[in-house]
Write a protein that binds this ligand. Sequence first.
Ligand code: NDP
Length: 434
Amino acid sequence: VRRNPGQVLFRQAVHEVLESLAPVVRQHPEYVEGGILKRIIEPERVVSFRVPWVDDNGVVQVQRGFRVQFSSDLGPYKGGLRFHKSVDEDTLKFLGFEQVFKNALTGLGLGGGKGGSDFDPHGKSNGEVMRFCQSFMAELAHHIGADLDVPAGDIGVGGREIGYLYGQYRKVTGRNEAGVITGKGVGYGGSWARTEATGYGLVYFVREMLRDCPGLTLEGSRVVVSGSGNVALYAAKKASQLGATVVACSDSQGYVLDEDGLDLDLLSEIKDVRRERLSAYADERGNCTYFEGRSVWEVDCDIALPCATQNELDGDAARTLAENGCRLIAEGANMPCTEEAIEVIHAKGILFGPAKAANAGGVATSGLEMRQNAGRLLWDFERVDSELDRIMTNIHATAAATAEEYGQPGDLIAGANIAAFRRVADAMLAQGVI
Ligand code: NDP
């Protein structure tokens, strides 16, 4: 508390990890002797900078930009950029900390970082978004590089923003260094399946979890997702492809319930192409209902996939889901379940897939994009997708086996945290106190 005043999200994320580590620390006193616990919760570097830009009315606006370079013990800092009005140092330290562990689980040799700005893309014109991205990158370019720090997208940063950011990076540095950022369009150095990866990967992870859930398969299940952005959309697509009916999704204003199963082409057109609010989906689709200002977790389902933002699913929501028969919750967003929600989920015997493991597919595929860039290659969709599936299956197996090894069978939070911690901690011990 003294070292991180006011940083409630960061402290929540650290608390959840440290709580899982007691059994490891008991067995491995060298981690304490090497100062690992003290070092691992302190970012290597936090860069904060001014981002001035001119809006369409000719008025100068000033945003705050950040890059948190949390850990480079396993490889270059890697993690997305978030553009959302709530972004501050606390948010990005929590996300950067989570990223270190998630990236370790992928096994791809990636350190952890996160960045972003309090810029709110909602309602901004294309020109405004471009000018903001250019100003943001004019400073960020000094701090990143293909072997140093490799950003990607996150909330508010999709293909359009990555394009503007990468263009400005090339302009500012004069270098054609594709591996400096991931999530690029396939036509200029991106990877097939990166757009789909976090959502698809989440559902591959759920498929593995369901092997321990007799009587429930994706085929024939009723699924609810929150959010209607990148992760939510592709989680819904893959779940439907595997035979589930995805009946509801949300945005920050409300949710839509579509008993026939969401029309994902229409949803994608409205959210991705036209950039409209979710209420427009209900207007156009007909025969479905939009609930303004209500929580999507009141919809009964077998499987719930929170894919919007942190702390969006609280204790009450978890209780409602349990009462309505939900049997599995897997986190597509980062830390979407509050600590109380997780207690309820455990108490009610609902299977739980924690974000660090369940949503690692995005960064894993970014890692594959970096490999393709380094080799000047473009793998086809099927190859990337099958690598993604293999990585997610492996992460699930590692988390499950580690939970078992440390006496907490079925607890994927403990398993993921411990397995990731051990990888990072061993690398830190080997490299000395730096
Ligand atoms: P997008 O910007 O594409 O979509 C975000 C969605 O969440 C939107 O529907 C948005 O609604 C909703 N949302 C955002 N903030 C809130 C809020 N405070 N309350 C309710 N709804 C909200 O982001 P992504 O899909 O990329 O990211 C979603 C989550 O997944 C984040 O937690 C992110 O960190 C995580 N993640 C993303 C990865 C990726 O590859 N993109 C990888 C791993 C994790 P609205 O439009 O109304 O704001």
